[in-house]
Design a protein. Structure first.
Ligand code: ZN
Length: 179
């Protein structure tokens, strides 16, 4: 397994539309393992393949929700290949989102709070489920990546530009800090 570099906005690869996965090969399974390792190390709760420079319709999620008693996060790795949203609720729910490709910035995004989704799992098996709560939020965020969309695209132009300006400034200051 390997930790892969995560692309950050404004990298143009993040704006590509990812292509469907045709078959679940050993190569793809290795990529999935590497994506989990990369996501846990970041740390993050979701990662789309395009964020590590592979524009394929593949994403991994692990909410790592803390166990009630011990407070230790429980790992529950989920793999979504070629995911599709079949139905979405009319009711929207705001949620404070962040993204490994837009580091250290968070903003409320409104999305349907209930979706019915279809996808292939890591074994290439077709799955269909109704998904709610935080998993629905993260899945929709990651599926946006497959369309070249970032969560900041859901914000007002003013908010988005402010985040992009701060990111550009932070990037410019980084080498000076390191020197
Ligand atoms: Zn993201």
């Amino acid at each position: 397994m390997a930790i892969l570099p995560i692309l950050e906005t404004p990298d143009p690869v993040l704006r590509q539309i990812s292509i469907p996965v045709e078959t679940v090969t050993d190569e793809l399974r290795t990529l999935i393992d590497d994506m989990f390792e990369t996501m846990y190390a970041a740390p993050g709760i979701g990662l789309a393949a395009v964020q590590v420079g592979v524009p394929k319709r593949l994403l991994v999620i692990d909410l790592q929700e803390p166990e009630e008693e011990e407070g230790e996060p429980v790992r529950k790795p989920l793999v979504f290949i070629n995911p599709e949203i079949l139905e979405a609720s009319d009711t929207l729910q705001p949620y404070l989102e962040g993204c490994l490709s837009v580091p250290e910035h968070y903003a409320d995004v409104e999305r349907p709070d209930r979706i019915r989704a279809r996808w292939l799992d890591a074994d290439g098996k077709a799955r269909e489920e109704e998904i709610t709560g935080m998993l629905a939020v993260v899945l929709q965020h990651e599926m946006d990546h497959l369309q070249g969309i970032l969560f900041i695209d859901h914000l007002s132009r003013l908010k988005r530009d402010m985040i992009l300006r701060k990111l550009a400034k932070a990037r410019k200051e980084q080498p000076r800090k390191a020197a």
